[in-house]
Write a protein that binds this ligand. Structure first.
Ligand SMILES: Cc1cc2nc3c(=O)[nH]c(=O)nc-3n(C[C@H](O)[C@H](O)[C@H](O)COP(=O)(O)OP(=O)(O)OC[C@H]3O[C@@H](n4cnc5c(N)ncnc54)[C@H](O)[C@@H]3O)c2cc1C
Length: 481
């Protein structure tokens, strides 16, 4: 695996996507994701984010220097609390560019790969070579600034079996052959957000779900290029319908796409295998390498940017018609403010209580991050409900950009104004609110927040298990004795 020059710019990133990847959407093979109408603007957006890594004003926030090269900050191996805080600032900066609406920026997976490399000793329990593979892989993605996606979950074929951690050979990804060159895998995984826009795909065990001990052919962790022969991405419909940025402010920019991944006898080279034939080790991997904690750190920073944006949107909506003077409306928006401030507090608490991990590096404190990842899937749908309640019919009073200059422009200019906004600005604001709270893009965001980290009941039960309950129970017992 060749060592690269560190951070890449947007053009280098786009060039890397022009390969033989097998991407399908709406019945057709996508020949070039950087030119496809449903995917190209998402790719360009990510390319513009990569370019920001070269902005002199942002350089020290977004990257760090080592051996004469600059690497993305998300690859930093934290050696102190200050490093954790510094990395949080980079996560937050990345998230503000899309206000959290492009959730799967590469820093998410970078933090995970860094953690697995940090905790590579854990992988030695499988085989020493696997740990070495992971250290090499980290160096490869860091020095080539590769963009990663991941797919961690087997499709549910029979829920009662899936609940027991048993997968169906009919659909789930499994090893079908071993050769001198590597393992051959066949089956499907879901879901790969950013799949068509990624260079590499991590195929790892779930961060949460527990596999049964006998599930040996389904137990592995590996990473391969998205363009590997036999790997196919089956996309959902695109939410980028080619509208202008005025008409579709979010979906025209931030379509990050989700795809089911199928593997048709795909050869995975041994040097890309990190765990194999050990379901119980796989079950422990994300927790014991601390990867899940470093990923949660990226997530809390992104959710802060997103919650702040929704607060801003609600305030702008209320101000448009003067509703912001109404006590009930103030109360509604205050609820969104509490969400933003809670997430800010979780981030602060986790960063300020960063501590040394078992491998000698630093990590943020888990509990505030875990609290955030359990609460936000419930809070975000409420934030969207608030946009709908406050926006009401204005979310439908949204003529298009063409109506502003077409035959009916006089009517549009007159009838869409409010006390504080002219018609054009009011329409722009509510088209944005529509993309947040009504459009397919907006609804996908809600679904994403509900599920991307896994089933909420499973996350909650893990939280319960990890919580220090004894002291609190003792206080109850003390009162009762
Ligand atoms: C927009 C979006 C983007 C996503 N992006 C990604 C991605 O990039 N990468 C990725 O890997 N995944 C991604 N996901 C998938 C996400 O991880 C799953 O949706 C989530 O884990 C729930 O699984 P499911 O969709 O199969 O739901 P279900 O069919 O309900 O399956 C739930 C699974 O959870 C388990 N389960 C549920 N309840 C229990 C219980 N009580 N006890 C034990 N086990 C239980 C079952 O084993 C089952 O396998 C994404 C999801 C969405 C909606």
């Amino acid at each position: 695996m060749a060592s690269g020059d560190g951070i890449r710019n947007g053009e280098q990133y786009l060039q890397g996507l022009r390969d033989d990847r097998d991407v399908w959407m709406e019945g057709e093979k996508v020949t070039d994701v950087t030119a496809h109408p449903g995917l190209c603007r998402g790719a360009q957006t990510l390319a513009s984010f990569m370019d920001k890594q070269f902005d002199p004003g942002l350089q020290d926030v977004l990257s760090y220097a080592e051996n004469g090269k600059r690497y993305a900050m998300s690859f930093l191996k934290p050696e102190s609390k200050e490093d954790i805080v510094r990395r949080g600032a980079a996560f937050y900066e990345w998230a503000t560019w899309s206000n959290g609406m492009f959730g799967r920026t590469p820093d998410y997976k970078n933090a995970s790969v860094m953690a697995f490399a940090n905790g590579a000793k854990f992988l030695e329990e499988g085989k020493p070579e696997y740990a070495e593979n992971m250290r090499n892989y980290y160096e490869y993605v860091r020095s080539n600034d590769k963009v990663l996606t991941h797919t961690l979950v087997n499709p549910t074929y029979n829920f009662s079996q899936a609940k027991e951690g048993k997968y169906s050979g009919k659909v789930a990804l499994q090893v079908v052959k071993e050769t001198d060159a590597g393992i051959v895998v066949d089956g499907a995984r879901l879901l790969a957000t950013l799949g068509p826009h990624a260079d590499e795909i991590e195929v790892f065990p779930s961060t949460l779900l527990r596999a049964a001990e006998e599930n040996i052919p389904f137990a592995f962790a590996f990473a391969i290029p998205v363009s590997t022969p036999g790997l196919r991405l089956i996309c959902r419909d695109t939410y980028d319908h080619g509208k202008s940025t005025f008409d579709a402010p979010l979906s025209s920019r931030f379509e990050e796409m989700d795809a089911v991944v199928t593997f048709n006898n795909v050869l995975v080279p041994w040097e890309r295998v990190f765990m194999y034939r050990d379901p119980l080790l796989c079950n422990r991997a994300f927790a014991e390498t601390n990867a899940v904690i470093h990923m949660m750190h990226q997530v809390v920073c992104g959710k802060l940017a997103k919650a702040e944006f929704i607060v801003g949107l609600l305030c702008a909506i209320a101000r448009a018609s003067g509703k912001d003077k109404d006590m009930a409306v103030k109360g509604q928006i205050a609820e969104a403010m509490w969400v933003a401030e809670s997430i800010r507090a979780f981030r602060f608490s986790a960063e300020q209580q960063a501590h040394k991990d078992q491998y000698g590096h630093y990590m943020p404190l888990r509990r505030p991050l875990d609290t955030s990842r359990n609460l936000f899937p419930k809070m975000y749908p409420r934030l969207i409900e608030l946009v709908q309640l406050l926006g009401s019919s204005s979310l439908m009073a949204t003529p298009s950009e063409a109506d502003l200059t077409g035959q009916i422009s006089d009517d549009v200019e007159r009838y869409f104004q409010t006390v504080n906004l002219n018609s054009k600005d009011r329409i722009a604001l509510f088209r944005l609110a529509h993309d947040v709270a009504v459009s397919g893009f907006g609804n996908r965001q809600v679904l994403y927040e509900r599920f991307f980290f896994g089933p909420q009941n499973v996350m909650a039960s893990i939280y319960f298990d990890l919580y220090d309950k004894d002291e609190m129970i003792a206080r109850v017992d003390e009162l009762l004795t």
